[in-house]
Design a protein around this ligand. Structure first.
Ligand SMILES: Nc1ncnc2c1ncn2[C@@H]1O[C@H](COP(=O)(O)OP(=O)(O)OP(=O)(O)O)[C@@H](O)[C@H]1O
Length: 264
């Protein structure tokens, strides 16, 4: 089966030595694959590389088997993403913004209208449908960004910390909406700092540290937080692979961060 998303040896080094240092990762059809890591671990960079927003220094990235740099409109129409701040035209209403996004993802007029109405109901945006996007609260702006990413039932969904600013009701609606897209065959790549939340939804959880894949967490595991810090701490320890790389010119500062984050 062709992965919805495949990254092979993907590398992006910023000035100063941070970035993504050779990552392999796949997201299969129907799979929800979460990436977790400390601040600055490289999650957003990885997502930008997957979406062709940033160009890799080395490695290969493909969507449905098509190399990202060669992907054309039909591939991008089947992708839904939300990275960082949700984009919306402030002077347009929620419904108008969503309709525009649906059209840009290839839905014809009637199909776009139907998709917009459906996602407004699905993400609890009925009350705000006629409100200008610029007047929304932070959480509702996030809901609109998620609606734009999910309404066209993409084949690949990429969401960077999607539960940011959402209230508990929004988190539940989001979880159900993501699961629904996966059941429909989408591959979902999601990043989050909320380990409990991730363990509820993900089929696979990959731990990123210092720009590398350093381990996996069992979504059904009992103490996922402890397991997470154990993996990151082991990677940060002197003598670990990360430490060797840090000694190279331009390498990153060695370890100790997991302990600080864990308050140990
Ligand atoms: N444009 C850039 N130029 C230089 N360094 C950058 C740039 N973008 C990111 N970095 C650095 O690359 C590393 C990875 O950043 P990235 O945003 O991918 O991390 P992240 O895991 O998404 O973090 P967070 O959880 O805080 O969102 C960080 O050390 C960051 O400071």
């Amino acid at each position: 089966m062709t992965p919805r998303l495949e990254l092979r040896g993907v590398r992006k080094m910023y000035e100063g030595g941070d970035g993504v240092l050779g990552v392999d990762l796949t997201v299969m059809p129907g799979e929800i694959h979460a990436i977790v890591g400390l601040n600055g671990a490289g999650k957003s960079t990885l997502m930008r590389l997957a979406l062709g927003i940033s160009t890799a220094d080395a490695g290969w990235a493909g969507i449905d088997g098509v190399p990202v740099p060669a992907a054309r409109w039909d591939i991008w129409a089947g992708v839904g993403h939300l990275l960082e701040t949700p984009l919306a035209y402030p002077e347009l209403t929620v419904r108008q913004n969503l309709r525009l996004s649906a059209r840009l993802h290839g839905l014809g007029g009637p199909a776009a209208d139907a998709a917009v109405s459906a996602i407004i109901a699905e993400l609890g945006l009925e009350k705000y449908a006629s409100r200008r996007a610029g007047r929304l609260s932070l959480g509702n702006r996030q809901r609109v960004g998620l609606a734009a990413a999910l309404q066209h039932f993409p084949r690949l969904v990429v969401l960077d910390e999607p539960s940011n600013a959402l209230d508990p009701a929004g988190v539940i609606l989001l979880r159900e909406a993501i699961a629904c897209r996966a059941r429909a065959g989408a591959g979902v790549l999601i990043s989050s700092h909320h380990l409990d939340e991730v363990s509820r939804i993900a089929d696979r959880i990959t731990v990123i540290n210092g720009g590398r894949v350093v381990g996996e967490l069992d979504p059904a595991g009992t103490d996922i937080e402890r397991a997470f810090f154990a993996i990151v701490r082991a990677d940060d320890e002197p003598g670990s692979r990360a430490d060797h790389d840090a000694l190279a010119p331009g390498g990153r500062e060695p370890g100790g961060r997991a302990d600080r984050e864990a308050g140990r």
